[in-house]
Each structure stands twice: as structure tokens, then as C-alpha cells.
Design a protein around this ligand. Structure first.
Ligand SMILES: Cc1ncc(COP(=O)(O)O)c(C=O)c1O
Length: 502
């Protein structure tokens, strides 16, 4: 008669053609039987000699499997008494019980198990677009094909080949001094901002700045003016701090200050995109800028100026940053390298009024540390050695040409369906749809055809606008504009929309 363990072991099936070594197959199968409870603690195993005969394996193979099982506590061996199933794993239960002990999935959790603030993040999509998809018109994606990778690699290697201690350590909390100096010089020339490197703090992208600023400046229930339509991720970051959002409509001069003054004059903070209103593209007028600063000074409110892609202006006047007009130290400027270099770099910067430097840095030390020094040093060299401005100039010309090519194709192929507004600045245009259509449904259906756009209504809170799609042009080479718009037209036709339009 075989022992219980012997019976089970004779059920072991080895695949001699497999690339998994035989000792490992044996190890895995014995372990599985112990974990599932089929081999109970204390049960004695047949001798290695018997097993070697039954399983037609060398004793070395069996000893190798046993050694690992003994090391992990699945088996125990006593000199002269043989090898036993260890007791440590005895009460592990059956496979079914194991299954029941799986941690619950998030969908099984009730909201009460999560913090109140977590409800703001529900429904936020974190899946990214696949860069291999050729028909994506997502607005925030730039021209990765035109990035000067050879230069970047050379600059990065310079630091990699001679790493300093600073390169491997935590780095300066405010960010690398060389990068802060380069940014202070750049914003002075390009945006009229007169600040010292001490006022510049490097962050992991603008989004981190919005979260940190919300944490630093807002109390629960504080009112915040937000542009409507406006930047979704920034709104959620501020709402997550318990802020009450007051959505202000956009007119031809930018955010409607009169509405804010009428509804909630003492808002604690306003979030705005003056150089290119996101997503509509309006430039905030000079008068509106002055009025906003005067209001902030009167109520001691803060202005967060998101200036994410002011580099890409093709026509019209680029006004200096709001920060540059502020004599009352109410404006906090947020810039990013996501658009002008590439988003996975995760480098952005905040330019702070003097009084906020120390509290902002203290908070940053708690939430995170400075971004990778290697990337900051490479970016600093890229700026200092003239590549940055050259890259911006080239990208500006490239994006302008790309917008023109895409607009031509959209008008030629889909002119009866879309009403296109080319833009003076930024990386996306607005394609207005026939007024009865649902832009959100269309964007979702297009995504199922592997064509990615955003619906304008997703950006709107209270002030509904006619339906439209945001169509990014920066990622579409001129030579591919025709075929990509053909794919878009084909999808719309299959979805039955083009018949409705004609
Ligand atoms: C309006 C706006 N601001 C800022 C950002 C930049 O975010 P980050 O620097 O975190 O990549 C984006 C990114 O898409 C944006 O659309």
C-alpha cells in the first residue's frame, strides 16, 4: 500500500518536453498540493529512492526539488526519519477557501471605505493612448517624431558617464539650481517675468503643482473660480481639497470676471489659462488681466496662472504672462516641459511670490522630493546650450504647417459636417458639430474605431456650449493628414453621421 503522500505523488505528471526543468516541475506540483491542503502537515513522503524509481527521475533532481521545498518551509526533514510535509502550511485551507480570501476588488468596496475626497477621482481615466495608433488626434500629444533625441542622448550621457554624488542623491528640494537659473532667464525673455532662481521650484509636471497649491492654499469649502469650459485635471485636484468650484463662463476676453464678482466675490483662488484659454483658445485681454489682478489684491485671493503651451503661438500677439503684470504678489505661475519637450519627462515649474517659497517647499518635502537630478541636469544643459529655443522655433513652424494641412483636409473631406475653427495658439483645433449631435457619444464611438479625440462637453461644467470635438494636430505629420482624415471620415460614415449631415 502506498502512503497518502505516495498516492498523491504518483499523480504527479511531468512534461519532459517542457522548457521548465524537471526539478522545478516537481517542486511546483508538490507545493501546489501542500497549499491546496491535499497533502496535510506531518505526512511523510516516500524516500527519494522510491520516488526516483516511480517518477523515473534522478535522485539529484528530486533532492533539488526537496531542498527548495525545505528552504521555504513546505517540507521538513529529520535525520533518520525521512521527509515530512511541514506544519507551517497546514492551515492554509483548500483552493476554494483560498479563492474566497482574495482581497476584494475596488468595485466591491463601498464608497464609505474610501476617503470622502476620493469620490472626486471616480471616473477619471488613467489609461493612455497607444502611440502606435496612427489615427489619434488627442490634443496633448506632441510631435515625438521631431524631438532631437541625438542631442538629448549626448547631453544625458555627459552626466551618466561622470555621475556626481549630487546626481545620485536626493538633490536640491527646490530643484537643480542650474535648471532654476535657466528657467528664470527663459521666462524673463519669453514671458516678461522678472524673478530670481530662488522663486522657481521644479515639480513633477504642472499637475503636481496644482495638487500642491490646492493643499497649501485651500481650506475645505473655500470657493474657487474655475474657467468653464476649463482644464479638467486641475479642477479635480482643487476639488479634492474640498474646494467649492464656481464655474465662470468664457467670453471673447477670457474668464468672465463680472459673473465671479456677482456670484462669489470673495473666492479664495482663481485658476486660469490667460495666454490660451484651455480648451477654447481665447487670449485674455489686457483689461481683463488687470481687473483680475486688482480683484485678487482687493480680496487677498490667489491666482494660479497655467501657462502650459504659450510657446506655440502662430498668429496674434503673445501678451506677457499675468505674473509679469502683478505688483501685488498674488499670481503663482505654473509652466511645464510636457508640451515643449515631452510629457514623460515629468518636469514642470512653479514661480512663486516670495512669501510662498518656504511653505511650498516644506509641503513638497512631505509629498515628494525633487524630480530625478539626471533629467533636470539634461534639461538645464538643453536650455543653456541653445537647443531649447531652437527646438521651440522648429516646433512652432512644424505645428503651424501641421495645423494648416489638417484643416485643409478636414475642410475638403468633412467640410459639410464640421465647422472648423483654426487656432492662433496651442496644439488642437475645435471642430464644431451639427448642433443636434452629442459630442461625447461621437468621441466614444470614434474611440471604438481607434480614432481618438476629446468632446468639448467633457470640459464644460454649467455653461453648455454647442457640440464640438477637440482635434489635436501636433502629432499628425503633413504627409499623413489626408489618410488620417480619410480614416476619420470613414468611421463617421460607418457610424451613420455623414448621411445626416448632407
Ligand atoms: C491646460 C493644461 N495645463 C497643464 C498641462 C500639463 O500637465 P503636466 O505638466 O502635468 O503634464 C496640461 C496637459 O495636458 C494641460 O492640458
Amino acid at each position: 500500500m502506498k502512503s497518502p503522500a505516495g498516492l498523491l505523488l504518483s499523480a504527479i505528471e511531468l512534461d519532459r518536453a517542457s522548457t521548465i526543468p524537471l526539478y522545478r516541475q516537481l517542486y511546483l506540483q508538490i507545493r501546489k498540493q501542500i497549499l491546496s491542503g491535499k497533502m496535510q502537515g506531518g505526512v511523510r513522503l516516500p524516500s527519494t529512492r522510491t520516488l526516483s524509481q516511480e517518477l523515473a527521475l534522478s535522485r539529484i533532481t528530486i533532492l533539488n526539488a526537496f531542498d527548495q521545498l525545505i528552504a521555504e518551509g513546505f517540507l521538513a526533514s529529520r535525520t533518520g526519519a525521512g521527509t515530512y510535509v511541514g506544519n507551517e502550511w497546514e492551515r492554509r485551507g483548500t483552493a476554494d477557501e483560498e479563492q474566497q480570501r482574495q482581497p476584494p476588488r475596488l468595485s466591491d468596496l463601498s464608497q464609505s471605505m474610501l476617503s470622502l475626497r476620493s469620490r472626486h477621482f471616480r471616473g477619471v481615466s488613467y489609461t493612455d493612448w497607444d502611440p502606435a495608433t496612427p489615427t489619434s488626434f488627442l490634443p496633448s500629444h506632441s510631435s515625438y517624431d521631431a524631438f532631437p533625441l541625438a542631442v538629448w542622448r549626448r547631453l544625458m550621457n555627459r552626466h551618466l558617464l561622470k555621475p556626481t554624488k549630487a546626481m545620485l542623491g536626493y538633490g536640491e528640494l527646490q530643484g537643480l539650481q542650474a535648471l532654476r537659473v535657466a528657467i528664470a532667464e527663459y521666462v524673463f525673455d519669453a514671458r516678461g517675468i522678472d524673478c530670481s532662481a530662488e522663486q522657481v521650484v521644479i515639480v513633477s509636471g504642472a499637475q503636481q503643482a496644482f495638487n500642491l497649491l490646492g493643499m497649501l492654499l485651500l481650506n475645505p469649502q473655500d470657493s474657487v473660480w474655475m474657467e468653464d469650459p476649463g482644464h479638467i485635471a486641475a479642477r479635480i485636484a482643487l476639488q479634492a481639497q474640498g474646494a467649492q468650484v464656481i464655474p465662470l463662463r468664457i467670453d471673447e476676453q477670457g474668464i468672465d470676471l463680472r459673473q465671479g464678482l456677482a456670484e462669489c466675490p470673495d473666492a479664495r483662488l482663481v485658476f486660469t489659462t490667460p495666454s490660451r484659454q484651455h480648451p477654447l483658445g481665447v487670449t485674455m485681454s489686457y483689461a481683463r488681466r488687470q481687473a483680475l489682478i486688482d480683484w485678487a489684491a482687493q480680496y487677498q485671493s490667489w491666482i494660479i496662472e497655467d501657462d502650459c503651451d504659450s510657446e506655440f503661438r502662430y498668429s496674434g500677439r503673445l501678451l506677457p504672462a499675468l505674473y509679469a503684470m502683478d505688483r501685488m504678489a498674488r499670481v503663482i505661475y505654473v509652466g511645464t516641459f510636457s508640451k515643449v519637450l515631452f510629457p514623460s519627462l515629468r518636469l514642470g515649474y512653479v514661480i512663486l511670490p516670495q512669501a510662498l517659497i518656504e511653505p511650498f517647499c516644506t509641503l513638497r518635502a512631505v509629498m515628494d522630493r525633487s524630480p530625478p537630478t539626471l533629467l533636470q541636469a539634461t534639461t538645464a544643459d538643453f536650455m543653456r546650450e541653445g537647443h531649447f529655443l531652437g527646438h521651440i522655433r522648429r516646433m512652432r513652424a512644424l505645428y503651424q504647417a501641421r495645423q494648416q494641412a489638417l484643416v485643409e483636409q478636414l475642410q475638403r473631406q468633412l467640410g459639410g459636417f464640421f465647422n472648423i475653427t483654426p487656432v492662433d495658439a496651442g496644439m488642437h483645433l475645435i471642430a464644431w458639430l451639427p448642433p443636434t449631435l452629442d459630442d461625447d457619444a461621437i468621441a466614444r464611438e470614434l474611440a471604438r474605431h481607434n480614432i481618438h479625440t476629446y468632446a468639448l462637453s467633457d470640459y464644460c461644467l454649467e455653461h453648455a456650449l454647442p457640440p464640438a470635438l477637440l482635434i489635436g494636430f501636433a502629432g499628425t505629420p503633413e504627409s499623413q493628414a489626408q489618410e488620417r482624415v480619410e480614416a476619420l471620415a470613414r468611421a463617421l460614415s460607418q457610424m451613420g453621421y455623414l448621411q445626416q449631415a448632407t
